[in-house]
Each structure stands twice: as C-alpha cells, then as structure tokens.
Design a protein around this ligand. Sequence first.
Ligand code: FES
Ligand code: FE2
Length: 415
Amino acid sequence: MKDDAVYRLLDEVDYEFARHGPPEWYPDVPRIPAARYTDQDFFDLEQQAFRKCWVTVGTVHELPEVGSYKVVDRWNGAAVFVVRGEDQQIRAFWNACAHRGGPVVESRHGACGVAERFRCAIHSWTYSLDGELAGVPGRRDFHENLDRCASALRSVRCEVWRGFIFVNLDLQAPSLVDWLGPIAEEATWFDGLRVAGTDSFVLNCNWKLAIEANIEVYHVTTVHPDTVAQTLDYRGSAEELYQGGHSRMIVPSKGYDSEQVRKEAKQDPLDALMGNTNVSYLMFPNHLTPGGGRRDRGYSLTLQSFWPISPNQTLSEWSIMAPDWGDGPVPEHFAKSVKGFSQIMHEDTEYLETVQKAIESGATDGMLTSYHERRVYHHEASIDRLIGIENVPEHLRIPQILPIADANENAVGST
Ligand code: FES
Ligand SMILES: [Fe+2]
C-alpha cells in the first residue's frame, strides 16, 4: 500500500471518530427485502452467478511439489481439483473423467507422481498432470476418432495472486487482477502467507446473513464484550466501497491515539496502520480478510469464506494465514489464534439461525442498514449487478444508489 493511501486512511479514521451523523452525501437507503435471504429461485440465481466469480481455494504452500493436488467442492456439488504441473504451474480441472464422468482423484489432498498419472476410478483412463489424456485401457473398442472426442480433462480458470490460488468456473471471466481491482495492488501484506490453522462449521442461515454479520463492527460491543470489543473501537471504523462488489474496513484499536499513530507513520506508514488498526477486505462475493500485526513479526490475517449450501444453510470456514515459519511447528502465537478466532466466530454466528427463522416467519420486512453498515447494502446491490439487474425479480431488487469509489482513484500501488 502506498504511503499517501495510508495517510488518507488515517484521515478517514479521524473523520469517523469526530462526525455527529452520517455525511451529507450518504443516501437514506431502503430496507433490503427479506425474501432475498429465503427465496429458492433467488438463491438459484445467486448460485449461477457464483460460478462467474473468482474464489480462493488455498495457497501455493498447499501444493509444494510437482503433482501435489487439492480437491475443492464448494459450488454445491461441483468438484474441481488444483494441481502443480511439471512446469510448476498450478492448473485447475473438473474432477470428472472425459469418458463417463468418473472421479480422477479421490482423496481431498495428495500427490500424484509424474509417471503414475491421474487414474479414473471407474475404467482406469489416465491423465497427465496437465490434464491431457494419457492412456485408455481397451483402446481397440473405441473408434479412431476417440482422441478428438475425449482428449483431456475439462479445465477451469486458475490464477495465483500473492500466493493465493483462485479459480473461476467461467472460462470467459476477466483476469483475476481485473476482478480484484484496487485490492490486487493495495494488499501487499498478503504475500507469502500460509495456513497456520483452520476450522469450519455449518450455519443454519443464508450465506449473506453470515457474511453481513462480519462486515460491520456496530455489533462488537454487544456480541463480543469480552473479546473483540476489548481490542477494537468501532466508532472510528472507516469503510470504502469498490467497484465489483469488494469493500474494505479499517477498525482502529481500543485507545487509538491519532497523534501517536501519525508519529509512527513518519517512520513506517504501513506499519503504523497495520499495528494500530484491523484492516479487512470483502473480496466479493464470499471472502473476508481481517488482519494486522507488526512488520518485525510479520503481518497476518484470517481468511474467512462463506459457501452457500441452500437458502438457509452455509458452510463457514476460516484459516489463520501467517508469515511462512519454515520447517518447524506452527509458532505458538498463531496456533493460539486459531482457537481464539473460533470463539469469535461462535459469538458472531450465535444468533444467525434465530434471525433466519425470524425472516422465514415473516416477522421482519427486511434489513435496515445505517451509514456505518453500508458494506452490507453494497454487498446486496453488487449481487444484483452480478446476476444482471433485469434478471432479478422487481420486488427483490436493490436500488443502485450508493456512491462507489472509482477504481482509478483507489489504485494505490504497492511500496
Ligand atoms: S468413467 Fe473414467 S474411465 Fe470410464
Ligand atoms: Fe463480529
């Protein structure tokens, strides 16, 4: 992140602490219709749209050697695997044999030897690490044109950004860097992180309820009195909305002292920001990245992902992403933070099933969001743009009235 961007963010935090109401430019937005969290048809539209999104499925550390692979099945049944090829490139394929759809990898993680090849579980067709068809037992029973009809596994778009592996089921999708917009340049501290611990659970609520509970900090004094509220001060939180559905939130630490932070910034602007605030992106549509730390110990973050299962079920998973610690065990500090974050996630999600039931019972007309909660409104409005506004039933549409930062204004390159 560039120095002038850091100073702009420190100004925004000061502004947020000092304001007495929403700024004049902020529109009085309507409620988010309740049925967006319950309607099966709308959920199906979202699911289709999800297949056009770049989503992260891990880091390069998880595929350390040629042939290392990982299966990802987070699209309601569609199973894809990512694999490191002989040329070190990471590729993604559908886990579906070109013959009759059998699985070519069965364990969730593993390593396939170059000579051994991927072997379909049903009739043993084999594939090289770059997905090319390598062997067909009983070849004589197929016509001459077999190679033209079935020559490879179907590939899926796969790109790596700052060590994070992303895939996209849409072959026509824009590049990952274009998709991420300003985040791609700005989030320099994502470089080189690896998973120090991970956990997950299934929530009985809509995936958007789960995300939206985590993209505002209005709730922290009530929901996290003994944890987050002890370390962060929500009154100074500064939010930014980006094109493409992404957004960012900076939350100052408890006892934030603007003068002191600016003194620190003279030495090292990014370190002053990361050491005195929590910086979190929503990488649209379903990843959050709260993080911080100090340069001498390395910056870290928690990658939270929310995967829709049905209108009222969501897989919530999170990984503590720490600077590479080499060959030894996970440093104690990070090992502990896995447990600590699980506690916070329980607090964050404890009431979501109740909220879901309230919506399903018709007990609420929908969600009211304040200026501070505008990332929630932005998330919903961005889903409509992804689906195509004309495809969203009129009674469920979100008016597109929020001002959104221009991507060029926010293109804050790395230093
Ligand atoms: S389905 Fe894979 S070899 Fe037949
Ligand atoms: Fe929270």
